[in-house]
Write a protein that binds this ligand. Structure first.
Ligand SMILES: C[S@@+](CC[C@H](N)C(=O)[O-])C[C@H]1O[C@@H](n2cnc3c(N)ncnc32)[C@H](O)[C@@H]1O
Length: 287
């Protein structure tokens, strides 16, 4: 089933009012709803409502917001064949100190394994992708060298990296994602892995949400997104990092690596190491 994100940008009071109206209008459907700050200086917020279908609910959204002058845009989200993805990802994966597995592979866990059980359903992050595996390996290396006091996982997906950080370092972790569906899946996995006392979640675009700012600075920030958003997030990531903190970035194709390093270099962050899986690079930076 395809899903459509209906979204618009508005000043804070209007966004809050619209959020309340949409929450009441679509709560029977359990439609995910999110509000994220998109421009701090201008205090502008983006409201996103996720409805099933291929942009065939615009009239309902407009009716709920009757009398408001928002420019509502519709984004039909990619239709992913979750069943074939799950079937393709049946095997457990070892990466760094971790064994990432599904419910059907609990018997593969050996004494000494740091096991992470993942129910991927509608979010990314089972450990099979080279970017996730690269992050798990880099996290293993970094935490072996120095235990961070806290950590932030930007673009958490299934929460696989946040759970890994909690299990290995046993420190508070904040896991964020722009997609409320991913955050719902993340919460389920965090509970499944008995990590709820260490990992909190937040729906947020980038690092501008007040919850993220309040919890920083962070000793370790991991972000497996894509090169473009990672470059745009460079100033915010540098600002949210403790003075001796570490950054792990992934979702970067080898040919994009230099541009990403340059964007973080401008922020005073120096390249320390790269782990490659096929065409994907995972990089470690610090001041
Ligand atoms: C490639 S998945 C990574 C999932 C998991 N962290 C892993 O390593 O397997 C990227 C995730 O980032 C989220 N995302 C993309 N852009 C984002 C942004 N600007 N802020 C927060 N999350 C974002 C997506 O919704 C998606 O869940």
């Amino acid at each position: 089933m395809k899903q459509t994100r209906y979204h618009f940008i508005a000043p804070k009071p209007d966004a809050d009012r619209a959020y309340a109206v949409l929450e009441a209008a679509f709560e029977d459907e359990g439609a995910p709803l999110a509000v994220a700050e998109v421009d701090e200086a201008a205090a502008l917020f983006e409201v996103s409502l996720y409805l099933d279908g291929e942009d065939d609910r615009r009239a309902d959204v407009e009716a709920a917001l009757a009398g408001e002058a928002f420019t509502i845009e519709a984004e039909v989200l990619p239709d992913i064949d979750w069943m074939s993805r799950v079937l393709a990802e049946l095997k457990p994966v070892r990466a760094g100190r971790f064994l990432v597995h599904g419910a059907h592979d609990r018997d593969k866990v050996r004494p000494g394994d740091l096991a992470i059980e993942i129910e991927a359903s509608e979010a990314f992050g089972t450990g099979h992708h080279g970017t996730t595996a690269g992050c798990l390996e880099m996290i293993s290396r970094l935490v072996a060298r120095r235990r961070p006091r806290n950590a932030l996982d930007v673009g958490t997906g299934t929460a696989v990296l946040a759970i890994a950080l909690a299990k290995l370092a046993r420190v508070p972790v904040l896991a964020s994602d722009i997609d409320p569906v991913a955050v719902r899946v993340a919460r389920g996995n965090i509970a499944l892995n008995h990590a709820s006392t260490m990992v909190d979640t937040v729906v947020a675009k980038g690092l501008s949400a007040p919850d993220i700012r309040r919890r920083g600075p962070f000793d370790l920030i991991v972000a497996n997104i894509l090169a473009g958003p990672l470059m745009m997030l460079a100033p915010d990531i540098a600002r949210s990092l403790s003075w001796d903190g570490d950054v792990v970035l992934s979702g970067i194709l080898e040919r994009q690596r230099r541009a990403v390093l340059a964007a973080y270099g401008i922020q005073g962050l120096v390249h320390r190491a790269t782990i490659r899986h096929g065409e994907w690079a995972t990089i470690h930076l610090s001041r």
